[in-house]
Design a protein around this ligand. Structure first.
Ligand code: GTP
Ligand code: MG
Length: 207
């Protein structure tokens, strides 16, 4: 599936611009700079599909990617098999107040109103673990009853022993959360680590 056609569909700065819900969705959420866009590129094996950046707060809209949409002869396009959604990052230290407000409204409305959203993958930096701002997102997901799974990113930046420690700690921190999947996936977009597991997790989420 990830070797087939995948294409950017559209960007939604607010809910009026959401695409018609014609396919199931798996969303990528997490703090600014945690590596959401990079992981989507690694997952799909396409550099530059999702825009990555060193500047935190680069992605401020919901970005939708069609997986498996095929253009037929004559130009008609089939519906996608499913969609990946790159969500705007949060927890950016220099974010102005109205940007934070806008994030909260957009994300909350999307999580609460999107019946086709099957799961959110919440990305956490392997070096930092869960922060207070992440707990805020977990609360929103639990309240919206959207199932989610924690994915550690940038695993290449820590030693194997530290990675195991942060995986154990993270698992214990989410254990009592009702909508959280108990198993954590460790990844590195840079080194390709955990990418097969992540692909399996996306497929599982759709099932
Ligand atoms: P926003 O869109 O601002 O919310 O950021 P994002 O979460 O989409 O992060 P992005 O993918 O743009 O990556 C941020 C920075 O982290 C970039 O400089 C990436 O090169 C770097 N990065 C992402 N994944 C990895 C990884 O697995 N390992 C390492 N070492 N660096 C990574
Ligand atoms: Mg991004």
């Amino acid at each position: 599936i990830f070797a087939g056609p995948i294409a950017f569909l559209k960007s939604a700065p607010d809910l009026r611009f959401l695409p018609d819900p014609v396919a199931l969705e798996v969303a990528f959420a997490g703090r600014s700079n945690v590596g959401k866009s990079s992981l989507i590129n690694a997952l799909t094996n396409r550099n530059g599909l999702a825009r990555t950046s060193n500047t935190p707060g680069r992605t401020q809209e919901l970005n939708f990617f069609d997986v498996g949409a095929v253009e037929l002869q004559g130009g008609e396009v089939t519906p996608p098999l499913f969609r990946l959604v790159d969500m705007p990052g949060y927890g950016y230290a220099k974010a102005p107040k109205d940007m934070i407000r806008q994030w909260r409204f957009l994300v909350n409305d999307y999580l609460r109103g999107r019946a086709v959203l099957k799961r959110a993958l919440v990305l956490i930096d392997s070096r930092h673990g869960i922060k207070d701002v992440d707990e805020t997102l977990f609360d929103m997901l639990d309240n919206a009853a959207v199932s989610y799974r924690v994915v550690l990113t940038k695993a290449d930046k820590v030693k194997a022993s530290e990675l195991q420690a942060v995986m154990d700690k993270t698992a214990s921190q989410i254990r009592k959360r009702p909508a959280a999947h108990p198993e954590i996936i460790a990844t590195s977009a840079e080194k390709g680590m955990g990418i097969p597991e992540l692909r399996a997790a996306v497929i599982e989420a759709l099932g």
